[in-house]
Each structure stands twice: as C-alpha cells, then as structure tokens.
Design a binder for this molecule. Structure first.
Ligand code: ZN
Ligand code: ZN
Ligand code: ZN
Length: 462
C-alpha cells in the first residue's frame, strides 16, 4: 500500500533551509543507486555536477520518470533533465509528487511505455509545463542536442531533429521557443563550417583587399601603389598625372584582387567549407535548420491519457475511434460516393466539449476518468454500430452517419441531448456542448473533401 508521503533522498550536502521532516542523505551517486528507488530526489550539488548526475539518473530505469529537483544553481543540462528548482517546503514537494503519482499509477497500469516515443510522451505528460529543451553543445557536429531524448533513447539510435519534426507534424508535440537557426553541410549534415571569401573569377582562396584607382583618361584600373611615383599620382598606363579625384580619377568599387588570376572584383564570392567532410558549398545550398524547444501538444496529452489508461478498451475506446487520417479518408470516400449517387445521403455531426480539458485537470486524474467514462457511456448509446467516430483533440468529437438523411440526423441529435445533461452537475458545469451537423451531398461545398469539411465545421464550433 503506497503511503501518501514521498520518500525523499538528498544527494550532496544536506539542504540547510528546507523544512523536511524526513529524508535520507547520500554523499555519492553510487550509494543512491544501490538503495531502493526513492520517490523524489533533491540534488544539492553545483550545476555542472548536478547536470552530470541527472544524465546518469535519467538513463537508469528506476529514476527515468522520478521528480528530481536541483537545490543550487542550474545549467542547461539541469533544465533539460530536471524538474527545476527545489520547492521551498515539504508540503509543496508532497503536492507535486501527489499529482505526479496519480498519473504515474495510470501509466504503470497501462500498456507500459516500451517504445522510445511513448517514453518521451510519458515523461512530458507526468509533469506539468514540461519541455524538451535544446542545448547548445560544441561537442556535437549539429551544435545542438536534446538531452532528454538522448537519455530516454536507451541504446536506440535516434535522429532527434527528424523525430521531433515528425512528432510535431503528427500534432503530438508542439513547437516552443525558437532557439537558433543553424546551417548544415548538405552532404554530411555537420554544422562545423568555415566561411571563406574566394575569387569571383577563378574561385582561388588567395585574394586580398587592395585599394585601387581608376584613371579617367585611359580607363586603367590598378592597385593604388602602382599609381604612386615620387610622391605624386601618375597613371602607370598613360603616364598622365592624376590631380583631382572625380575629375581625373576615382576609386573603383572593385577593391578585391586575386593573387592567382590577378582579377579585380567588387565582392568576393563566399563558400562554406565543411570542416568534417571537406566539401565546399555555396551558402544557399546549405541545409537550414531551426532549433526549437518542444512541449506536449493537446493531442499528445490526449493520446497519453488514452494510451496509458485505456487498457481493455475503456472510455472512448469502445466507440471504435478512427485516427485522424483514417477518418479523413473514409469521409473523402463517402463524399465521392454521394456526389455520384446522391441517394442515400449521409450525415456528419461534430461535437465540441468546451472546457473539457480544463475541467478534467481540476477534477484530477481519477475523477476526471470517471467522468469521461460516463460521457463515453452516453455517446455509446447515441452512436449506432454502423456509425464511425473520431476525436481530433480532447475537445472535438466527430460522428459519421452513413445512410442518414436530414430526418435521421434529427433523431440522433435528440439522443445527443442526453450527453449534454451530464454537464449540469456543479463540478462540471463549466463544460458546455456545442454541436454542428451537415447532411451530404446537400450541405457540401464545391471541391470539399473530408479534411476541408472537418476544418470548416471545426471553425463553426469555435
Ligand atoms: Zn582569381
Ligand atoms: Zn591612364
Ligand atoms: Zn560535410
């Protein structure tokens, strides 16, 4: 039977101004790892050392998801892998841990995060406001790394940047702050580039900036020193004396000179030489990459709740939900059919549970789930076996009703009002249900496919 007080370990020095009734103190990481895993760990160590300890703890399966706070200053590694500064008192730690533990229990009961993807999503979901932070690191050829992904990868080879953009495309993660924009070798992907000026004519490296003059009489252009003779300016070509700038001569724009081909030119050409593979590229051929922090998106949070707590098909699982893309495809196909053969019609209902996410987090995980269960019950009574459903986020729910015309649609909508009755209880009264519906082909717009139709209807639900 788990107690409601977390077992706390402190690594490093004892924390002087923290009111902790009970904790165990460890002087080194080895003895902490040898003990039975603690619920919360406080690191009373200087930032650089705390960062290294966090890397080790996050790669150990017993401390992968644990709340770990840093009691002293923090560096980038601490921010990326830890849970921030240490709360000021024991009751705060207890509260944070209480919320964490509620989710962790669901997650332990659930299928278990064997895949890298689920491990990362679970880590983020277990803590509020968690980010995947990018960290500048001169050791890596791309200049930036994501310490959390590296730690959770175990021994899998992960391409962090590719993985993150895939996750963002699928809406599980959303982009946070733009940290930097880096340019990478288009051949080997390294960011260790040396930008060099080369001759615009022959691309030789050996060029120099050289003040030059332009004689108006004969048009000769040459280095300034070749015009200097016994302290006066004299054109080396036509031997005319150059007295007045603007009248006799001027300074041409061309002030680079190539020592290889002797050409004069205005702007040197820039090349990026990759220090890793040795190839040269013009700057516009380099791969540009934005480096960002990431956080769990609404759809990702929703997926975690589903995946980690819906074992044996509870909740909305019973409704045979189709994923976004499958639902779009099915809808697009139905639209094509109904455009050719208008009879029988089909209908589509969109529901939006306004404030559902916020209310669920007020209720806490357990009561929130009980409530979601009752909503799913009512929906199940409404939906017929031939209907198909999809949820695009926590708040949006779609029902496609094949062979259903306007009249049939009205019956279903009447049954749906039973769902809205659930939101009359005071603790959930913030939730309201918005409904939108269409019958195809009558209400379809020109050229509309499944995805466009859902986007239009979602707009009406906002
Ligand atoms: Zn040249
Ligand atoms: Zn001249
Ligand atoms: Zn390269």
């Amino acid at each position: 039977m788990p107690t409601s007080t977390p077992r706390i370990a402190i690594l490093g020095n004892r924390v002087p101004n923290l009111d902790l009734p009970e904790f165990e103190h460890f002087a080194d990481l080895g003895s902490l790892l040898a003990a039975v895993a603690f619920d919360v760990v406080l690191l009373d160590l200087p930032a650089a050392y705390a960062g290294r300890v966090l890397r080790k703890l996050r790669s150990a399966s017993s401390y992968r998801y644990t709340l770990i706070y840093c009691c002293r200053d923090q560096d980038g590694w601490c921010e990326a892998l830890g849970d921030g500064a240490c709360p000021v008192n024991a009751s705060e730690i207890k509260n944070f841990w209480g919320a964490w533990r509620e989710r962790f229990r669901l997650f332990e009961r659930g299928s278990g995060p064997e895949r890298f993807e689920s491990r990362v999503l679970a880590w983020l979901w277990l803590r509020d406001h968690a980010h995947i932070y990018a960290l500048r690191d001169p050791q890596v050829p791309q200049h930036y790394r994501y310490p959390l992904l590296d730690a959770l990868a175990d021994n899998e080879q992960i391409n962090s940047f590719a993985w993150l953009s895939l996750m963002a495309q699928q809406d599980w993660l959303e982009e946070g702050v733009l940290v930097d924009r880096v340019r990478l070798c288009s051949d080997c992907g390294s960011g260790r580039l040396n930008y060099i000026d080369v001759c615009a004519e022959c691309h030789a490296l050996d060029i120099s900036r050289q003040p030059s003059l332009h004689c108006f009489t004969c048009g000769h252009v040459g280095p300034q020193e070749s015009f200097l003779k016994d302290g006066v300016l004299l054109c080396p070509n036509c031997l005319n004396r150059l007295r007045h700038i603007g009248t006799d001569y001027d300074r041409p724009m061309e002030n680079y000179r190539c020592r290889s081909c002797q050409a004069f030119f205005v702007d040197a050409e820039v090349q990026a030489r990759c220090l890793d593979c040795g190839l040269s590229h013009t700057p516009d051929k380099l791969r540009v990459r934005e480096v960002r922090d990431f956080r769990l998106a609404e759809a990702g949070r929703f997926r975690c709740r589903q995946e980690f707590s819906d074992q044996s098909g509870q909740h909305f699982g019973r409704l045979n939900l189709l994923g976004g893309k499958d639902f779009y495809d099915l809808l697009s196909w139905q639209i094509q059919v109904v455009r050719r053969h208008p009879d029988p019609a089909f209908s589509l209902i969109g529901l939006r549970f306004v404030n559902l996410a916020g209310t669920l987090s007020h209720l806490g995980e357990q009561r929130g789930h009980a409530f979601i269960d009752s909503v799913a019950d009512r929906l199940e009574e409404t939906v017929r076996t031939t209907d198909r459903c999809s949820r695009s986020t926590e708040e949006f729910f779609w029902i496609m009703l094949p062979h259903t015309d306007g009249k049939g649609l009205e019956c279903v909508k009447q049954r749906l009002s039973r769902v809205a009755e659930l939101f009359s209880a005071p603790e959930v009264s913030d939730i309201s249900l918005r409904v939108v519906s269409i019958t195809a082909p009558h209400d379809l717009l020109d050229q509309e496919d499944g995805e466009l139709l859902l986007a239009r209807l979602a707009g009406e639900l906002v």
